[in-house]
Write a protein that binds this ligand. Structure first.
Ligand code: NDP
Length: 331
């Protein structure tokens, strides 16, 4: 089986040279283990941070070793476990074609009628939970709030905006990087959307939210965060989920110049890491499954085929080549 190793650590934008595609023997299954063939690999913005040699909430990838990440695999050898050949499982040994997993910590995923199992890496997985928790628990969105979401055509953002609408937001505004994405976001039911390349974010947001906003779901940081701080009304709240605009910066990114408005407007800016909120998974799955079943939430997945293109897929999330969740499909 093939796997992607971290070949070297990038400074600034990663390049294909920072990765290598390595042929590795298919691992043997020991007691208490199962062998899976991965069918879908997740590539996510947070993985850029793991390429750096810094201590964070997840340990860095190691140079010369396979990278890790979310994946949906199919059991090909259940060993002595209760799993069966063909069962689909969600696990963290992505970036490779075959993986050996600890059977005790692995359970079969229930199939979702009409949906690809990759949904467990997107709308019914970590990005979906992030949208749900970030909006409802971290920002504490209330019915009647006006909500702004950045990277609104992305995995997390597209869901955050739709959840806001379903939970009674009075106006939902999104930003994205192309005209096609803006059209997509409006089609999902956002009341307004703009392409942040068309001019200063502060101007576009002022136009889209003439009365201001109560909640900002931040996936981007930078100009977007500064514009949102200017536009938030008194007692406004922002969930700081991601700051992708700065992930490939070579020097530390300065904070918003208008931070003092947090004081005068009594704002709350609250960061979070989704792995601290796994206890919300049952509520999330219950509610999101219902929304999906009834067609109240829609989502998109951008597929890139073949492990040999996994690096392109990963680099693509920083260039905006995905609409919805970026998925590497193996077959
Ligand atoms: P997305 O599906 O949103 O993909 C990333 C998108 O970011 C791209 O498609 C691109 O869209 C946009 N983008 C890239 N560069 C810029 C830029 N300079 N300015 C504005 N937009 C940019 O990814 P996810 O939904 O997986 O993640 C969204 C954010 O949430 C990320 O910041 C991620 O790190 C964070 N996150 C945080 C978690 C947590 O626990 N706190 C958990 C999961 C995700 P476009 O074409 O619109 O530019």
């Amino acid at each position: 089986g093939r796997e992607i190793h971290l070949a070297s650590r990038p400074t600034g934008w990663p390049t294909p040279d920072n990765f290598s595609l390595v042929e590795a023997p298919v691992p043997a299954v020991g007691p208490g283990q199962v062998l899976v063939r991965n069918r879908f690999l997740s590539v996510d913005p947070y993985m850029r941070g793991r390429m750096n040699d810094v201590k964070s909430y997840v340990p860095p990838f190691r140079v010369g070793e396979a990278m890790e990440g979310g994946a949906v695999g199919e059991v090909v050898d259940p060993g002595d476990s209760a799993l069966s050949r063909g069962d689909l499982v969600l696990h963290q040994s992505g970036w490779r074609e075959y993986a050996v997993l600890d059977a005790e910590r692995t359970s079969a995923l229930p199939p979702v009628p009409g949906l690809s199992p990759s949904v467990y890496l997107g709308a019914l997985g970590m990005p979906g939970l992030t949208a749900y928790v970030g909006l409802l628990d971290i920002a504490g969105m209330q019915p009647g709030d006006q909500v702004f979401v950045s990277s609104a055509a992305g995995a997390v953002g597209s869901l955050a905006g739709q959840i806001a609408r379903l939970r009674g937001a009075s106006r939902v505004i999104g930003s994205a990087g192309t005209a096609a994405k803006v059209a997509y976001v409006r089609d999902l039911g956002f009341d307004a959307a703009f392409d942040y390349h068309d001019g200063p974010v502060s101007q576009a947001l002022a136009q889209a939210a003439p009365d201001g906003i109560d909640v900002y779901f931040d996936n981007v940081g930078g100009d977007h965060l500064a514009a949102a701080i200017s536009r938030l009304r008194r007692n406004g709240r922002a969930a700081l989920c991601g700051a992708i605009a700065g992930y490939n910066a070579e020097t530390p990114v300065p904070g918003p110049a208008n931070l003092a408005l947090v004081i005068t407007k009594r704002l709350t800016l609250r960061g979070f890491i989704i792995t601290d909120h796994r206890d919300r998974m049952p509520d999330f799955i219950k509610e999101m499954s219902g929304w999906l079943r009834e067609g109240n939430v829609r989502f998109n997945e951008t597929y890139v085929d073949g492990i040999e293109h996994a690096v392109d897929a990963f680099l693509g999330v920083f260039q905006g080549t995905n609409t919805g969740k970026m998925i590497v499909r193996l077959d």
